[in-house]
Design a protein around this ligand. Structure first.
Ligand SMILES: NC(=O)c1ccc[n+]([C@@H]2O[C@H](COP(=O)([O-])OP(=O)(O)OC[C@H]3O[C@@H](n4cnc5c(N)ncnc54)[C@H](OP(=O)(O)O)[C@@H]3O)[C@@H](O)[C@H]2O)c1
Length: 285
C-alpha cells in the first residue's frame, strides 16, 4: 500500500480526503502541532522519517478575511509552508498535490471563464499569497500539482467539519429568519467538496503544473443564491435573499474558471447549480 500524507487533515477538505481514502492508502495524518508546516526542520524531518509516496497539502490559513488582517502569518503558512512542503517532497521523491484557490483571479478584468494563464495582480492578501505559493512551489519542485479550487460546500446536515458555505449560509438564514445580501456583479463557481475528493485519485496522475479545478457557473451570485434557496425548498427566496448592487459595481468580480485543461485529462465537475441539485437530492455527484 502506498503511503499518503494529508496535511490539514482536521480541516474541511483534509478530513473528507482522509475518510474517503482510508482503505486505499496507508494514511499519515499529523495534527497541526505534530507537523507545523511553517517550521522547515520539522517538515524535512517528518518527510525523511515517514517517507510518504504522495502528499496532499491541505494545511493553510483558509479564511480570506483573517489573511487580510494577518498578512505575515498568512505568508508564513500559505507561501513559505507550501514551499517547504514542495522542497521536502522533491528531496524524498514524493508526488505533491497542493490546494490553491480561484482567489488568484480576484481583480482580473476578464469577463469570460478564466484560463490558467489569465492571472493579473490579485486584490487580496490570500489571493496574492496563493499565487506566490504556486510560483515558488513549482520553481522548487516542477513535478508539483497546484489545484485552483472554487468555494466548496457540503450539505448542512453533514456530521463532519463545515466551513461557511453557500448551503450552510442559506440554511442559517432560513433557520434564524435573517437576510443575506448577494452581489449582482459577481460570478463564481461553487463546488461540491465530494466531487473534489472523488476526483483526487485521478489528479495524482497529472503532470506538474497549475490547474483550474471545480464547477463552472454562468449566473451572477444573486441569481445563484435565489436558485439554490429555491432548490432548498424556500418558499419565497427573494424575501430574504437581497440583491447587493453596489459591491463590485466598479469592476465586476469574475472568478469563474475554464476547466478544459483538466477535462483533457478526463477530470470533470458538474456545473454549479447541477452539482447543488445532486448534492441536495443525495445523488452521487
Ligand atoms: N474551503 C474552501 O472553500 C476552499 C476554497 C478554495 C481553496 N481552499 C484551500 O483548500 C485547502 C483546504 O481548505 P479547508 O477549507 O479544508 O481549510 P480549513 O478547514 O481551514 O483547514 C485548514 C487546516 O490546516 C491546518 N493548519 C493551519 N495552519 C497550519 C500549520 N501552520 N501547520 C499545519 N497545519 C496547519 C488546520 O489545523 P488546525 O485547525 O488544527 O489549526 C486545518 O487542519 C486550503 O489550502 C485552502 O486555502 C479552500
Amino acid at each position: 500500500m502506498k503511503k499518503l500524507l494529508i496535511t490539514g487533515s482536521s480541516g474541511f477538505l483534509g478530513s473528507r480526503l482522509a475518510l474517503y481514502y482510508k482503505d486505499k492508502y496507508e494514511l499519515l495524518l499529523p495534527t497541526h502541532s505534530e507537523l507545523n508546516v511553517s517550521r522547515e526542520e520539522a517538515v524535512m524531518a517528518y518527510m525523511e522519517q515517514f517517507q510518504p509516496d504522495i502528499v496532499l497539502h491541505c494545511a493553510a490559513l483558509s479564511n480570506t478575511w483573517y489573511c487580510e488582517q494577518h498578512s505575515d502569518e498568512s505568508h508564513r503558512v500559505n507561501v513559505q509552508g507550501t514551499v517547504k512542503i514542495a522542497k521536502a517532497c522533491k528531496h524524498i521523491g514524493a508526488k505533491l498535490v497542493f490546494m490553491s484557490s480561484d482567489q488568484v483571479y480576484n481583480g482580473t478584468p476578464v469577463s469570460e471563464p478564466l484560463k490558467e494563464q489569465d492571472v493579473f495582480q490579485p486584490v487580496n492578501v490570500y489571493g496574492r499569497h496563493k499565487l506566490e505559493a504556486e510560483q515558488r512551489a513549482l520553481r522548487n519542485n516542477p513535478m508539483s500539482v497546484a489545484l485552483r479550487l472554487t468555494w466548496m460546500y457540503d450539505v448542512p446536515s453533514s456530521p463532519m467539519k463545515l466551513n461557511s458555505n453557500i448551503l450552510v449560509n442559506i440554511q442559517k438564514a432560513l433557520d434564524e429568519g435573517t437576510t443575506i445580501k448577494a452581489a449582482t456583479h459577481e460570478y463564481r463557481g461553487v463546488t461540491n467538496i465530494w466531487e473534489v475528493v472523488r476526483n483526487m485519485e485521478q489528479t495524482l496522475e497529472l503532470p506538474g503544473g497549475i490547474y483550474n479545478y471545480g464547477s463552472g457557473n454562468h449566473i451572477d451570485s444573486y441569481t445563484l443564491f435565489l436558485k439554490v434557496a429555491n432548490i432548498m425548498g424556500a418558499k419565497e427566496p427573494s424575501t430574504f435573499i437581497l440583491p447587493d448592487e453596489e459591491r463590485f459595481s466598479e469592476q465586476t468580480r469574475n472568478l469563474t474558471m475554464d476547466c478544459s485543461l483538466i477535462n483533457n485529462f478526463g477530470i470533470r465537475f458538474n456545473d454549479s447549480v447541477e452539482g447543488i441539485e445532486k448534492a441536495l437530492m443525495n445523488r452521487k455527484p
